[in-house]
Write a protein of this length. Structure first.
Length: 418
């Protein structure tokens, strides 16, 4: 049968059983199930809604981000690094001036001896003296651009990008921060491609740590970890670290996830193919995290990275041009999440959406750390980040460091969450 134009406009093609009827139906269904799920009690560490963005912890209550044992400040185990970057003991007994003493401690690290069987590891002293730390882990294959995204994210923070939300920053360790800026931020901003930062250690180590001060003056240490798939499968100690992580950033590589024709030439150059089974690093993490209910309660975000490769692809084109929000609302990032979910659901398949399905509070974002493709180890037009800070804003709102209407426990699932 041939339909005339007016008849065709009024007819609907049959929809396969179980198939989404609208572009966002699969997203809406999943989000509604999350809203109906019982929320964890406020104060449950697994919820991320601890309401203590800067709550002072008693000595001994700080969780070591490496061995996951509780540690306290111990002035007999302090060290500083020499000009060869070797640890040397720090003796404070001869420093009686309180200003000099505080300055010396800020530059010091403490050797953690909580687990004698764990490899040697050192914690910056300010990490132990400002309440409960927040650990953020970047998850994804080495090709996903996690290192560039994390570098630009931290650069945006240090440029004051969180001040519009009432959050300011300070380095945890001035020497380590200066090295991070010198070795990563400055080269990337000048257009240099950063080398892969695969770990040579037997356990996860943070790339950078900052002290974030919220609108009420409460201070909280935040440590950023960059975990590639190869790190996660190399040793069980890296996987063990995940048991204590507070927030996760899953970075999707569009070259591997999306079978769009505009990415074919890049796949040919890189000699890679679309992977319909999803990122193996995602699966490794999801299989290791403990789950007490229908959803994982650790706050999480998914980031469609390298979004500049899709600058003309709806809906990426829209969100790349969207400016940062002046204030956080109860449904912040849900429209962007729905659009990114629809794009991945249609083209990549459900395997790439496993984190969104697994975590009760999980927002989806588009971001570009560099603004263009590399050529000969450089970005010819320089690295121009777009929307790199929004995923972290979402995580900080889920943890209450950025205040949001409806509270931290509702952020990521919308105003209807109970």
């Amino acid at each position: 049968m041939v339909l005339r134009p007016r008849e065709a406009a009024g007819r609907r093609l049959p929809v396969a059983a179980g198939a989404p009827r609208t572009r966002h139906e699969a997203f809406d269904r999943t989000l509604e199930a999350k809203r109906r799920a019982s929320a964890p009690l406020a104060g449950d560490p697994a919820s991320g809604a601890d309401g203590a963005a800067g709550a002072e912890a008693a000595p001994g209550d700080v969780l070591c981000p490496y061995c996951l044992e509780e540690i306290r400040l111990d002035l007999s185990h302090l060290y500083v690094t020499d000009d060869r970057n070797q640890y040397q003991p720090l003796d404070l007994s001869g420093i009686t001036n309180p200003v000099r003493r505080d300055d010396a401690m800020r530059a010091a690290v403490q050797r953690c001896a909580a687990d004698p069987d764990f490899p040697d590891h050192y914690i910056p002293v300010p990490y132990l003296t400002h309440g409960r730390p927040l650990t953020v882990a970047m998850i994804g294959q080495s090709s996903a651009g996690k290192s560039h995204l994390l570098t630009q994210m931290i650069a945006e923070i240090t440029d004051g990008g969180l001040r519009r939300y009432g959050v300011d920053w300070q380095s945890v360790n001035p020497e380590q921060h200066a090295r991070f800026v010198r070795e990563r931020v400055q080269p990337l901003r000048s257009g240099k491609v950063l080398a892969h930062t695969g770990s040579v250690h037997e356990f996860a180590q943070f790339v950078e740590s900052l002290l974030l001060t919220d609108a009420h003056g409460r201070v909280r240490p935040v440590a950023f970890f960059d975990l590639g798939g190869e790190d996660l499968v190399r040793t069980d100690e890296v996987l063990r670290f995940l048991l204590g992580v507070d927030a996760l950033v899953f970075v999707v590589d569009p070259v591997l996830a999306l079978p769009l024709p505009q990415l074919d030439s890049l796949r040919a150059d890189l000699e890679v193919e679309v992977d319909r089974d999803g990122d193996t690093a995602f699966g490794t993490v999801l299989d290791r995290l403990p789950r007490k209910g229908p959803y994982l309660e650790t706050p999480a975000v998914m980031v469609l990275g390298k979004a500049d490769l899709l600058r003309f692809q709806p809906p990426v084109d829209r969100w790349l041009e969207e400016g940062p929000a002046a204030a956080i609302g109860p449904d912040q990032f849900l429209a962007e999440s729905a659009d990114v979910h629809a794009l991945l659901h249609r083209h990549a398949g459900q395997a790439w959406l496993r984190p969104f399905d697994a975590f009760r509070r999980c927002t989806l974002h588009v971001a570009s750390a560099t603004g263009g493709r590399e050529s000969g180890g450089r970005y010819p037009a320089g690295a121009r980040p777009r929307r790199v800070l929004e995923p972290l804003v979402s995580l900080l709102a889920m943890h209450g460091i950025i205040e949001a209407p409806g509270g931290a426990a509702s952020f990521g699932v919308g105003r209807e969450a109970q």
